[in-house]
Ligand binder design. Structure first.
Ligand SMILES: Nc1ncnc2c1ncn2[C@@H]1O[C@H](COP(=O)(O)OP(=O)(O)O)[C@@H](O)[C@H]1O
Ligand SMILES: O=C(CO)[C@@H](O)[C@H](O)COP(=O)(O)O
Length: 486
């Protein structure tokens, strides 16, 4: 019988699990279970116990988990899972899009000597998203909870640890997800003692997971799960690193292919052989899970901002006009990370008597897509010019299924856009990592073999220079209104 592996995507809104045939890459079972995100204002929290319940439910729903020879978890990056002595979270996890730690991020940047120093030593300049800023926030705002912490995990580490039997005893992560903490350096490939020792952080490295080598199992699935006891467990990784591997991207072999992922977050990235060092902080110098690098820019406002705008207007998300006319929207509904404007809210400009709701909706799509495409130029520069601005873009994530998203990305990029037929590239990338444990290939090689990136190419159309110029000017002139709340 053909070997089966399981790949998991534990993202912001849901857990998705795929059962995949190791030989052919055929998806033979799927499962899904939703998550709850709580918080008003800048707060965004989820209960890790709910992720664990969702993971087991999604595994069951594949109908094939009991046959799987190996399993791997890709998870939303950066989230702070703080474990007590009983191995349970001392409080809900602070998520990647929780912007309350913005003041702590500012202090951390200054404490190490400024953005240049962070870019040079760590590869990234921390924003509120980074785990180090979240930990500093917890210490400053909930010192009693911080004092009870005996282990710190990322979302995917927590789930990997639970698969192994206990998240506190089994502390293991991978270089990709570790690179989103701020206390692991993509430049040196090791925990950064100078960050752990900062007064705002003051973290004992013993509380952190071991960073495992790619390609080796980290253990076997515990008994009592919807998995075969003894199934191999892979390191797992962050969701963007899993998707990159799942598309076959590697520093060695993807020729600068750029990816735009439209989900809860918007992300733009490409594989690179060298760590990024962007002192502006637009590009995070993440590591990939294979041994290379993944310069990446991330926006907080993507599909949810568009869906909220459609809901406010009482329109279907596909009812956007073909042009935004005079309207410009900076859809900073959740604050923003790229550009780094954690206190911003959404701005709408150019309304007239003749403006239609469909034009306003179009403007929301354009604002979200433009910010990501502008950041992609910086990502490419950090990757050493790999890939040309007119090179093909790979479009993935839930938004890639949307007619208007595709149209807007084509018009604002002027590039040919390929939409892979495969759904759930994070879970597929995790499955490829699990399969590699059995075959000895790396995850990107498995993904190549599975042809995960194949799909229709939508040819380039003329770039809408006017819309891009208006958006660039709106960002440049929004100044005070987006820097601080009224
Ligand atoms: N057909 C579609 N058209 C436009 N947007 C879509 C479509 N299907 C899903 N989405 C959007 O995709 C988002 C979920 O994307 P996904 O990549 O699964 O999110 P995440 O991994 O961050 O949880 C939803 O917020 C929804 O707005
Ligand atoms: O913070 C980042 C990247 O740095 C986000 O991309 C998170 O990893 C969340 O991902 P999704 O839930 O949107 O997939």
């Amino acid at each position: 019988m053909a070997a089966i592996v399981i790949g998991v995507d534990s993202s912001t809104q849901a857990t998705k699990a795929l059962a995949v045939d190791v030989e052919s890459g055929e998806v033979v079972g799927t499962g899904r279970a939703p998550h709850t995100v709580r918080g008003t204002g800048g707060a965004r929290e989820s209960d890790p116990e709910q992720w664990w319940d969702a993971l087991r439910a999604a595994l069951e729903a594949t109908g094939r988990a009991g046959e799987a020879a190996a399993v791997s978890v890709g998870g939303q990056q950066h989230g702070l899972v703080a474990l007590g002595a009983d191995g349970r979270p001392v409080r809900p996890a602070l998520l990647w899009n929780d912007v309350r730690p913005a003041p702590q991020a500012e202090r951390l940047v200054a404490a190490l000597g400024g953005p240049q120093e962070w870019a040079r030593r760590i590869g990234s300049v921390p924003t509120a998203a980074f785990t180090a800023a979240k930990w500093a926030w917890l210490r400053a705002n909930e010192p009693e909870a911080a004092a009870r912490v005996r282990g710190i995990r990322l979302p995917h580490d927590y789930l990997t640890g639970r698969l192994l039997g206990d998240a506190l005893r089994h502390g293991v992560t991978d270089r990709g997800d570790a690179s989103g903490t701020g206390w692991w350096s993509a430049v040196t490939g090791a925990y950064a003692e100078e960050v752990l020792a900062l007064p705002e952080v003051a973290l004992d490295p013993a509380l952190l997971p071991e960073v495992a080598l790619p390609g080796k199992p980290v253990g076997e699935a515990a008994a009592g799960l919807p998995l075969r006891p003894g199934a191999l467990v892979a390191t797992g990784t962050g969701d963007n690193m899993a998707a990159a591997a799942g598309l076959g991207l590697s520093a060695a072999g993807s020729g600068g292919t750029a990816v735009l992922s439209l989900g809860t977050s918007g992300t733009a990235y490409t594989a690179s052989a060298r760590p990024a060092a962007d002192p502006t902080g637009v590009v995070a110098g993440f590591a990939d899970t294979l041994g290379g690098h993944l310069p990446l820019a991330c926006t907080l406002n993507c599909t949810l901002a568009v869906d909220k705008t459609a809901a406010l207007l009482g329109l279907d998300r596909d009812a956007a006009a073909d042009s935004s006319g005079e309207v410009v929207m900076l859809p900073f509904l959740d604050g923003e990370r790229t550009p780094n404007l954690p206190y911003a809210s959404g701005l709408l400009y150019g309304l007239r008597q003749g403006t239609t709701g469909a034009e306003v909706l179009r403007a929301a799509y354009e604002g979200a897509a433009y910010l990501l495409l502008a950041a992609l130029d910086e990502v490419r520069a950090q990757a050493g010019g790999g890939g040309s601005p007119s090179g093909e873009l790979l479009l993935i994530g839930g938004g890639a299924r949307g007619r208007v998203w595709l149209d807007v990305v084509r018009r604002l990029s002027g590039a040919p856009v390929r939409v892979p037929r495969a759904d759930e590239l994070v879970a597929l990338g995790a499955a490829a990592q699990a399969a590699g444990l059995l075959t000895g290939e790396d995850a990107a090689a498995v993904a190549h073999r599975w042809q995960t990136a194949t799909g229709p190419v939508h040819p380039a159309v003329r770039r809408d220079e006017r819309a891009c110029a208006r958006l660039a000017e709106a960002v440049a002139r929004s100044g005070e209104l987006t820097a601080r709340p009224l």
